[in-house]
Design a binder for this molecule. Structure first.
Ligand code: GRF
Length: 203
C-alpha cells in the first residue's frame, strides 16, 4: 500500500473521490496526509472527517516559494509519503518540491492538455468555443501543466452549457479518472518514456 499525500486548496471533491475509492479497495494505497495553503479549504474538513491528518500551511509565514515548498516537503517526508497528488492545489510548485518527488507527483487538470493550461481550464474552453473538452491526469514537472499525460477523458461542450454545467460534467470525468490513474501508479504500472507515459498490461 503506497502512502499518498494530497495537496489541495479548494473544496476537495477530487480528494473525496480518491478517499472513497481507496476505502472501496480500488486504489493500492491510502491517503495519509492532506496539506493546504488555504485555512478555509473544504479539503481540510473532508480529510479530518475521514480521519486523515490535515494541515494548513500558511504561505505568508515563508519568505518565498522555495521556503514554503521546503515546509511542504518536510511534512510529506515526515509521513513517509511516496506519492504526492495535487487535487486543486492553486500554487505552482517550485523545483524544491518537484526535485524532492521526481516523477512521483500527479495532477489533474480540467481540460484536454495541452489545450487550455493554467487557471480556469473549463472557462477557457467555454470562451474559446470548442465542442469537446475534458480532463487530463498527468505527471508534474517544472512547467505549467506540462508533464507526461497519463490519462484523458473527453466531454462534450453543449450549446446550452453554462460554466457550472460544463464544470459538473468535467468533474464527473475527473472522479472516474483520477482514482484509476493513482491506482495504476501505486501498482507500478506507469512507465515514463520521454514525453509518453505507458501503462503496463494488467497482470
Ligand atoms: C478540479 O477541477 C481540478 O481539475 C482542478 O481543480 C479542481 C479542484 O476541485 N485542478 P476540487 O477541490 O477537487 O473540488
Amino acid at each position: 500500500m503506497k502512502r499518498i499525500g494530497v495537496l489541495a486548496s479548494g473544496e476537495g471533491t477530487n480528494l473525496q473521490a480518491i478517499v472513497d475509492a481507496a476505502g472501496r479497495g480500488e486504489i493500492a494505497g491510502r491517503v495519509v496526509l492532506v496539506l493546504s495553503d488555504n485555512e478555509e479549504a473544504g479539503a481540510l474538513d473532508k480529510a479530518r472527517k475521514a480521519g486523515i491528518k490535515a494541515l494548513y500551511i500558511n504561505s505568508s509565514d515563508f519568505e518565498n516559494r522555495e521556503k514554503y515548498d521546503r515546509a511542504l516537503v518536510r511534512a510529506l517526508e515526515g509521513e513517509k509519503v511516496e506519492l504526492v497528488v495535487l487535487a486543486g492545489f492553486m500554487r505552482k510548485l517550485s523545483p524544491v518540491m518537484v526535485n524532492s518527488f521526481p516523477n512521483r507527483i500527479l495532477n489533474i487538470h480540467p481540460s484536454l492538455l495541452p489545450a487550455f493550461p493554467g487557471l480556469d481550464g473549463a472557462k477557457q474552453a467555454l470562451h474559446y468555443g470548442v465542442k469537446v473538452t475534458g480532463c487530463t491526469v498527468h505527471f508534474v514537472d517544472e512547467g505549467l501543466d506540462s508533464g507526461p499525460v497519463i490519462m484523458q477523458e473527453s466531454v462534450p461542450v453543449l450549446q446550452v452549457d453554462t460554466l457550472k454545467t460544463l464544470q459538473q460534467r468535467i468533474h464527473a470525468a475527473e472522479y472516474r479518472n483520477y482514482p484509476r490513474a493513482i491506482d495504476l501508479f501505486c501498482r507500478g504500472m506507469l512507465k515514463i518514456k520521454g514525453r509518453r507515459c505507458e501503462i503496463s498490461e494488467q497482470q
